[in-house]
Design a protein around this ligand. Structure first.
Ligand code: SRM
Ligand code: SF4
Length: 576
């Protein structure tokens, strides 16, 4: 007998296409929270109920309910936002959230600290600027990632168009989102509930219970793998011919989450299964989504992601099922080569004279250092006149895209006026390359899953590691370092040449040996290290790297070559 469906499956099935009792929960003035089942459903609308974990203990002592607030994840397919959208997000962050914008590892915006009473105004606020949060979270396809600058070449422009088409095609069709957040009150002024919609909702792709679990798609155009394409349920690797995008190698079954003490859970990189022409990219994604819908595990959420479905079915059976649903076989995989997964910082200029400036945003947090002073204010000033776009990268950074020739000096001056010297430096960065290649997940104080700090702490740890790097002449070594507060993998730590994963407050597991281009997972090197131990473990390795590395050899490749860790060749041997 098969195991019963999980509780989340019950909630989805009973939700009337994601409505649940959210309308009532939002109106309840007695609590800052929403009802328990609704906390699952609101994720599909792009929001998580959270508490301020810094205050939890004190509020418990005072017999107060936790300080509830909501994170809202605003989708930006391919990361490309207009200047108007930037201005609106900047404004909403100040008016309803904690005054900062988080640029996520999947090219979305996150607002933190929004109170229940302000949820509607916030969502309506970004909706006016043509942004949405539906499918920001939940058991559906999430924000589709791709290379952030569509103006870099014709092929990059095509890539963004495909990312947007996939995003639209896989967006849930339920009208619940519009009804709850945008089309006025879900109850009439005299308290009568609105009648059920006359045309009942229908989800042609997902069905009534949506997917068994979250689903992620990314596109990349070699040699750049800036979206860590193989960490996704579906990775589309663009193939160019004569400057045009002709199609994609399709990779399936990537995903990074795991749980400590459960070796049956593991990070896994996607397998490349064949090639499709551009015109078929949307269809192939839809068919893979439906395989996961029908074959994914709906009983045990720890094993629900496509990667487990795939390893359970076996690659040949999965491929056969995909061919059956597509009506034909995939074409053979085309050759490709990734060289890096990090962003390239500084200025670039297009042949038409327009410029693009990639800025490092530490931890993806756009904030000021003092009122009116810092990165947030600098970007607000630029957004007032910039005629191009603001593109969020998969590395939590920002590209100011298509800066008109007459604005170039002004952009540089606005950044400098707000102390953003490194932003405009190009060759002469004051920060180490290690810092510029760092990623950190949100973790405390909002993430309920965090065992340890990440975003708030990594800059301090980097101060100590910077000193080691400088002492060994490694200030310009672009080593990928990634920290998360738990093993879920939100800053893709298992693709870090140095991965630090929170075990307990102030304690991290250290993983080493990923490559520099997102094509090899790392491996556990040491457990439960505090700061002194992290520095002590890394110092001799960095010294050896400085002394003995081969030309152009990455740190991850070096530690594997020298036998500090074995190479991970598949998710199934990650724990070996
Ligand atoms: Fe994540 C859950 C933040 C990218 C794997 N992630 C969470 C939650 C919602 C915590 C929770 O469940 O209560 C975090 C909200 C914290 C907060 O306070 O904001 C959270 N994840 C993030 C972000 C904001 C990290 C960041 O600092 O940038 C990223 C938002 C991406 C976006 O815009 O959609 C983020 N999360 C990722 C990635 C990286 C990626 O997708 O490229 C991963 C690893 C890839 C993957 O999915 O396998 C990731 N997040 C998870 C998991 C583990 C999933 C699994 O299969 O086991 C969870 C927990 C879960 O789903 O049960 C999770
Ligand atoms: Fe939270 Fe863990 Fe994700 Fe960090 S990795 S944001 S601690 S769920």
């Amino acid at each position: 007998m098969s195991a019963p469906p999980s509780d989340v499956e019950r909630i989805k099935a009973a939700s009337r296409y994601l409505r649940g009792s959210l309308a009532d929960s939002l109106l309840d003035p007695l609590t800052g929270a929403i009802r328990s089942d609704d906390t699952q459903l609101i994720k599909f609308h792009g929001s998580y109920q959270q508490t301020d974990r810094d205050l939890d203990a004190e509020r418990r002592r005072q017999k107060l309910e936790p300080l509830y607030s909501f994170m809202i994840r605003v989708r930006v397919p391919g990361g490309v936002a207009t200047a108007r959208q930037w201005r609106r997000m900047d404004e909403l962050a100040d008016r309803y959230a904690n005054g900062t914008l988080k640029l996520t590892t999947r090219q979305a915006f996150q607002l933190h600290g929004v109170r229940k009473r302000d949820l509607r105004a916030t969502i309506a606020g970004f909706n006016e600027a043509l942004l949405d949060s539906i499918a920001g979270c939940g058991d559906v396809n999430r924000n589709v990632m791709c290379y952030p600058n569509p103006h870099q070449s014709a092929a990059h422009g095509q890539l963004l168009n495909v990312a947007r088409a996939i995003s639209v095609h896989l967006t849930p069709r339920t009208t619940a989102y519009y009804e709850l957040w945008l089309n006025g009150e879900p109850v009439t002024p005299d308290g009568e509930p609105l009648p059920e919609p006359t045309a009942p909702d229908h989800e042609p792709i997902y069905g009534r219970t949506y997917l068994p679990r979250k689903f992620k798609i990314a596109l990349a155009l070699p040699p750049a793998n800036d979206t860590d394409v193989l960490a996704n349920d579906i990775g589309l690797i663009g193939i160019e011919e004569g400057g045009a995008l002709v199609g994609f190698n399709v990779a399936v079954g990537g995903g990074l989450g795991m749980s400590f003490g459960m070796p049956a859970t593991y990070p896994r990189l996607a397998d490349v299964v064949g090639f499709v022409p551009v015109e078929e990219a949307v269809a192939v994604c839809e068919r893979i989504v439906t395989i996961q819908r029908d074959w994914g595990n709906r009983s045990e959420r720890k094993f629900s992601r496509l990667k487990y479905t795939l390893d359970r079915m076996g690659l040949p059976a999965f491929r056969e099922e995909l061919h059956r649903r597509l009506g034909h076989e995939l074409a053979p995989t085309r050759p490709y080569r990734f060289t890096h997964s990090a962003d390239t910082y500084g200025w670039a200029t297009s042949p038409d004279g327009y410029a693009h400036l990639t800025l490092f945003v530490e931890g993806g947090r756009v904030a000021d250092t003092a009122p009116g002073h810092g990165l947030k204010s600098a970007l607000r000033a630029i957004a007032a006149y910039h005629t191009g776009e603001f593109a969020l990268t998969g590395n939590q950074n920002l590209v100011i895209v298509n800066i008109a020739p007459q604005h170039r000096e002004r952009v540089a001056a606005d950044l400098a006026a707000h102390d953003q010297w490194d932003a405009t430096a190009n060759a002469a960065f004051t920060q180490t390359a290690l810092r510029r290649h760092s990623l950190a997940c949100v973790a405390l104080n909002t993430c309920s899953q965090a065992f340890a700090e990440a975003e708030r702490y990594l800059p301090d740890l980097l101060d100590r590691l910077d000193a080691v790097l400088r002492a060994h002449g490694l200030a310009d070594a672009g080593i990928l370092i990634r920290m998360t507060g738990c093993p879920n993998g939100c800053a893709r730590p298992y693709l870090g040449e140095i991965g630090l994963v929170g075990r307990a407050p102030g304690r991290y597991n250290l993983y080493l040996g990923a490559d520099h281009a997102g094509q090899r997972l790392n491996k556990l090197y040491r457990e439960q290290l505090d700061e002194a131990a992290i520095v002590a473990e890394l110092t001799p390795l960095l010294a050896a790297y400085a002394a003995d590395r081969r030309p152009a050899e990455g740190f991850g490749d070096f530690v594997v070559r020298r036998g500090y860790v074995a190479a991970t060749t598949h998710g199934l041997d990650f724990h070996a």
